[in-house]
Design a protein around this ligand. Structure first.
Ligand code: THU
Length: 163
């Protein structure tokens, strides 16, 4: 037996003001996307904004349902919209944020495992890394330069060995 250590690198910024203008703008779009979340059950309103390589911005927000598992996270709403309406375009970056009706979200919002897997698929297809910018309502901002940093040892299509 041997132990393998994987190194992941995440950048932390003290506030949104420390980011470059493109990242700040994308986060602001994510904040506005969160305004349209349908979250009557969790009261947790998530917004995601993707920037495509032609500069187009795609927005998504969480869409809940009285049959709880039927709902979908903001990130997957945005990625599936991009993939279905702009196939072939490269996703350069995604900004994610949230606000709650019950408390102040003072930590960066980090995507759930299913959303990481969906983002990883896009990254694999496009063969270009996706920057992930994560923020709460207040506080620091985290940036991962690739989904790989958020999902080490991800499941990959090659493992299906389909010819
Ligand atoms: N949610 C997202 O939209 N994205 C995440 O990364 C985590 C969770 C949503 C799902 C649900 O509507 C609510 O937040 C509470 O889990």
């Amino acid at each position: 037996m041997k132990k393998i250590n994987y190194l992941i690198e995440i950048e932390e910024f003290d506030s949104i003001n420390e980011l470059c203008k493109d990242d700040q703008d994308l986060l602001k779009q994510a904040i506005s996307a969160s305004e349209n979340a349908y979250a009557p059950y969790s009261k947790y309103h998530v917004g995601a904004a993707l920037r495509l390589n032609d500069g187009k911005i795609i927005l998504g927000n969480n869409q809940e349902n009285v049959a709880y598992p039927s709902g979908l996270c903001a990130e997957r709403v945005a990625f599936f919209h991009a993939n279905s309406n702009y196939p072939g375009k490269i996703v350069e970056a995604v900004a994610i944020t949230a606000k709650s009706e019950a408390f102040v979200v003072n930590r960066p919002v980090t995507p759930c495992g299913s959303c990481r897997q969906v983002m990883a698929e896009t990254e694999n297809i496009q063969q270009r890394k996706i920057r992930v910018i994560m923020m709460g309502e207040t506080g620091s901002v985290l940036i991962a330069q690739s989904i790989e940093s958020l999902l080490p040892l991800m499941f990959q299509a090659e493992e299906l060995k389909i010819k």
